[in-house]
Design a protein around this ligand. Structure first.
Ligand code: NAP
Length: 467
């Protein structure tokens, strides 16, 4: 967003960042083995291709480094204000601008606000009886405590999502015992990861080659959308690939049974890993599927009453997703709080603007997440849309734009109708894609090129112009 603002000649903006450094996900998540599960040539900006990625799926440090390099190259650094946690956003009906308050007591005023807070950064801890009584070290995967050595320790890992499957194989060889508490097994496909040889990197530096690489990855990933967007039955191919992967890697039928999901693949995020299953077959690793009834000072008790003594607990239990935006103190026109505007569920127009909150734009807002391709593609589409909104403001000399409530409602009605028969809703699982009422507030139900095409230009008649 900042790069595109600058390129369009907007220089009067600040980036408020709660932490002391940039990087978001790729700054916070430092757990062993942290890497992206989308190929790097696609999980990067379309306008800043990097022929030098070291692997097909690059590790966390390299992605963070890429972000820093972009900041340097495009001169974004002066715009950052670190240690600025936004505590409230209030729209001023008279001035027709936003007042932004930060935790250090400062206030700022801005004509427009872009929320880039993401959805996966507020760690979620499970509500398990006695959790606070545990005497040993415990931490969340997104707040990895590198001062705690796990070598030779008895470690409990709670959760088997995208984060857990990356760090479990890394820590398993050095711990004394790893007890993995699995509530729902994920579907896992092989990870086609490899170090990109220097010869290939040389080729990628030739004109057009990095672009061709990105485009081919895009279309391969996009074909995965068929089962997601058309009919869950088309997911069968993916399911058999994942089942074969499990059979190949886990010879023990009892363990295999524990690891076999009972819902349609794709209902939860499809995970990719080639070293997770082998780690679970180690002598010092056990998978507990009985659920957790209690945590005591030195142990975790499962629901069949077995007490597992452990020295350290790692929570790989994910993030507060659908409430990440809702928990913000955001007050729009006429003093209406975002929580009240969204009392029936979070929704926006193309996930970007929401009625009653003029000139407030969301990146990765409601229903713009993906199960099959890179969200960076979605973010870029949203950035272009926001730029188009700003151009409309300049062109019309309007002070603000506000999406019409009827347009937003109609858009979301169609969106939910499309989502109804699809695998996230119908696949027979519980996932963080759904809110507490079982409504999918997270996923874009179509191909990404459809989203790209639909957000290419703002439709001015969908908006009220405020002068
Ligand atoms: P997650 O996918 O939400 O997984 C959380 C895990 O914790 C699930 O296995 C869940 O079980 C389990 N869990 C939650 N509460 C529990 C409880 N009370 N008792 C037992 N188990 C419990 O979280 P994540 O692994 O941190 O990943 C979150 C998202 O971050 C991913 O879906 C992905 O979008 C992103 N991510 C991406 C990458 C990447 O490479 N791009 C890497 C890591 C994460 P249930 O399944 O039963 O709920």
């Amino acid at each position: 967003m900042a790069i595109k603002l600058k390129q369009a000649g907007y220089h009067d903006f600040v980036i408020l960042e709660k932490a002391a450094d940039l990087g978001g996900t790729w700054r916070d998540n430092t757990y062993p083995g942290c890497a992206c599960d989308v190929p790097s040539h696609m999980y990067s900006f379309s306008f800043e291709l990097n022929p030098n990625w070291s692997r097909m799926f690059s590790p966390q440090e390299e992605i963070w480094e890429y972000m820093r390099a972009c900041v340097d190259k495009y001169g974004i650094a002066p715009h950052f204000r670190f240690g600025k946690q936004v505590t409230s956003l209030e729209y001023d009906d008279h001035q027709r601008d936003w007042e932004i308050s930060t935790a250090d007591g400062a206030t700022l005023r801005a004509k427009a606000v872009v929320s880039g807070i993401g959805a996966l950064h507020v760690p979620k801890f499970p509500e398990i009886k006695g959790r606070e009584t545990f005497k040993g070290p415990s931490f969340h995967s997104a707040e990895w405590d590198h001062d705690v050595s796990l070598d030779g320790k008895r470690v409990a890992v709670i959760g088997t999502g995208a984060s857990a499957i990356q760090f479990v194989p890394q820590i398993a060889p050095s711990v004394e015992k790893l007890t993995l508490f699995q509530r729902t097994p994920p579907w896992i496909q092989p990870k086609p990861d490899f170090a990109i040889p220097s010869r290939m990197r040389k080729v990628l530096r030739l004109p057009g080659m990095a672009r061709a690489m990105r485009n081919s990855i895009y279309w391969v990933l996009e074909t995965r959308a068929l089962g997601f967007t058309i009919d869950p039955k088309l997911m069968k191919v993916h399911e058999s690939m994942a089942r074969k992967h499990l059979e190949n890697q886990v010879p023990d039928p009892a363990l295999r049974a524990k690891l076999t999901p009972d819902y349609t693949i794709g209902c939860k995020r499809i995970l990719i890993s080639s070293d997770y299953y082998p780690a679970l077959t180690r002598q010092n690793v056990s998978v507990v599927t009985d659920g957790i009834s209690e945590i005591r000072e030195r142990s975790v008790v499962d629901s069949s009453g077995v007490e597992h003594e452990v020295d350290v607990i790692v929570y790989a239990t994910g993030f507060k997703v659908t409430d990440a935006l809702q928990e913000q103190h955001i007050v729009g026109r006429g003093g209406v709080k975002l929580q009240d505007a969204w009392q029936d569920g979070i929704e926006a127009y193309y996930g970007i603007t929401t009625a009653g909150f003029p000139n407030l734009f969301f990146l990765l807002g409601p229903n713009t997440g993906l199960g099959h391709n890179s969200v960076v593609f979605m973010i870029e589409s949203q950035v272009r849309y926001v730029m188009d909104c700003l151009h409309l403001l300049s062109k019309t000399q309007a002070r603000a734009i506000d999406v019409k409530p009827g347009r937003q409602r109609a858009y979301n009605r169609r969106l939910q109708e499309r989502l109804d028969p699809l695998v996230w809703n119908e696949g027979g699982c519980n996932s963080w894609y759904l809110d507490e009422h079982g409504v999918n507030r997270t996923i874009w139900p179509g191909f990404t090129f459809e989203y790209w095409a639909r957000t290419r230009r703002i439709k001015p008649d969908a908006y009220e112009l405020i002068y």
